[in-house]
Design a protein around this ligand. Structure first.
Ligand code: GLU
Length: 368
């Protein structure tokens, strides 16, 4: 039995495909989460459907399709959503607390730790955290953007064992099941490659933000943080209980690493990468297989305008993501020392922060 599980509920699950919240569905979800809670499993719910609930509560007004209209719906709907969750969990004597996050709440390490402390305090006091993005005020720059990636961030933040992404599909298929009767459910994914990304990009779900693409991104982040991920249908009977018990349901992405130490987890899930370093094959191998730091000598190209201490993505010549890490030099400096031997750094810049561009301790591998 998993001990700490994050359950992400897509808008399609919570509305059952309609234009408003589907209460019988939500009771069923609350019942399953409460049963787990009784068995001392820590459950964190990541809920969507604030915007959908707000629109329904205001009786579908014809507002312009702007961000502000969405924020208005979110402000109204978040309240409706939480009121309902509170009532439904109260049936099972489970108390709930609300956490509204944006990317900027976890971008810096101190704030990340503060958020983690709040989750820990709630769980320690047997209060079930219910999370959503702070849609009413979040602007594009500070948003996570979709609840799939938000739930991966939360799973990393609380060091969950398992992340369950519930949606309107039974999982990932070998082809689009709506147009291809031979499409088969993929029970387990160990490698997220271009073929799989291609398969995922064709899928969409009704009212929510993410399709399978954002689910794959979320699964990829979480599995590198040591979290087992499952994508399954919210309509599947007892799906939460069965997944928590380790039964094979939907598509599973086994955790790749063991749990990451807290600082590395933050690098992986907290700040949005501010730039990208393309490295040559020698450096790619040194990082991916030999556990080495990235030296300026191996850097071919520097994109973005980041500062020393910002998070960057490290990619190979084919733009495959190899790692995420904290830059030891600002972008402008790296452009001047890319391709140089480390003993030339000082001569080029007039100062040095050391031999490495990204230190191995500040580096999280993203390879399979
Ligand atoms: N946070 C949005 C909402 O509550 C949903 C985002 C998503 O579906 O990914 O409406």
């Amino acid at each position: 039995m998993y001990k700490r599980i994050v359950v992400k509920l897509g808008t399609s699950v919570l509305t059952g495909g309609s234009r408003q919240l589907n209460q019988p569905r939500m009771v069923e979800i609350a019942r399953q989460c409460a049963l787990l809670y009784e068995q001392n499993v820590d459950v964190v719910v990541c809920t969507s459907a604030a915007v959908a609930a707000g629109r329904a509560h205001l009786n579908f007004p014809a507002l312009p399709p702007t961000i502000t209209s969405k924020q208005l719906f979110a402000a109204v709907g978040q309240l409706q959503l939480m009121r309902l969750w509170e009532q439904l969990f109260a049936i099972y004597s489970v108390r709930v607390g609300q956490i509204l996050l944006t990317r900027s709440d976890v971008e810096n390490r101190q704030r990340y730790l503060n958020a983690r402390d709040t989750f820990t305090a709630l769980l320690e006091h047997r209060v079930l955290p219910i999370v959503n993005e702070n849609d009413a005020v979040a602007t594009e720059e500070i948003r996570v953007g979709d609840n799939d990636n938000l739930s991966a961030l939360v799973a990393t933040l609380v060091s969950a064992d398992r992340l369950l992404l519930l949606t309107d599909q039974p999982g990932l298929f070998t082809a689009d099941p709506r147009s291809n009767p031979d499409a088969q459910l993929i029970p387990e994914v160990r490698k997220i490659d271009e073929t799989l990304r291609g398969l995922a990009s064709g899928s969409v779900s009704g009212l929510g933000t993410g399709g399978m693409t954002t689910k794959l991104q979320a699964a990829n982040t979480a599995r590198h943080a040591g979290v087992d991920v499952v994508i399954a249908a919210g309509s599947e009977p007892d799906v939460i209980l069965r997944v928590a018990a380790g039964e094979s349901v939907g598509t599973r992405f086994p955790a790749i690493s063991t749990r990451l130490e807290s600082r590395k987890a933050w690098i992986l899930a907290g700040p949005k990468p501010a730039g990208r370093l393309t490295v040559d094959s020698g450096a790619a191998e040194a990082i991916a297989f030999n556990g080495r730091s990235l030296l300026p000598a191996g850097i071919r190209a520097v994109e973005g305008d980041f500062l020393r201490g910002d998070t960057v993505l490290i990619v190979d010549g084919e733009r495959n993501e190899l790692a995420r890490g904290i830059a030891g030099y600002a972008a402008a400096d790296l452009r001047r020392i890319a391709g140089c031997r480390s003993d030339e750094i000082e001569a080029r810049l007039g100062y040095t922060y050391g031999d490495v561009a990204v230190h191995r301790n500040d580096l999280i591998l993203l390879t399979d």
